[in-house]
Design a protein around this ligand. Structure first.
Ligand SMILES: [Zn+2]
Length: 111
């Protein structure tokens, strides 16, 4: 699949995720989607990222800040069901809360 087609499929799944969240009483604030090489280098230097292979560089990752009852949810266990839903949409989908060595709770990506 071409990168453009992957980006389109990714955005279709993002739409499903947003609908799922809104239908289940969550509110969402959008974070980063596209990231430049220069920005990624800054994140490496400041410890916010550990890879130059981020899917943000391919526009196949999005950071979402998820709220319930005006409380920002930052704990893995609070968002596990949402991460599981995301990964159930496509076998290439990964939630940052399931990363092995670098927990990244707001991060939803397509590999
Ligand atoms: Zn991210």
């Amino acid at each position: 699949m071409s990168l453009g087609k992957e980006q389109e499929a990714f955005m279709r799944d993002v739409a499903k995720l947003l609908n799922y969240l809104h239908q289940n009483g969550y509110e969402v604030r959008g974070g980063e989607l596209e990231r430049t090489q220069a920005q990624q280098e800054i994140y490496i230097k400041t410890g916010k990222s550990k890879t130059m292979n981020s899917n943000h560089l391919r526009r196949c990752a999005i950071d979402l800040f998820i709220f319930k009852n005006d409380k920002w949810l930052t704990q893995k266990q609070e968002l596990q069901k949402i991460g599981d839903f995301w990964e159930s949409l496509n076998e290439k989908n990964r939630w940052g809360g399931n990363f092995k060595n670098f927990l990244d709770i707001p991060h939803f990506e397509r590999r």
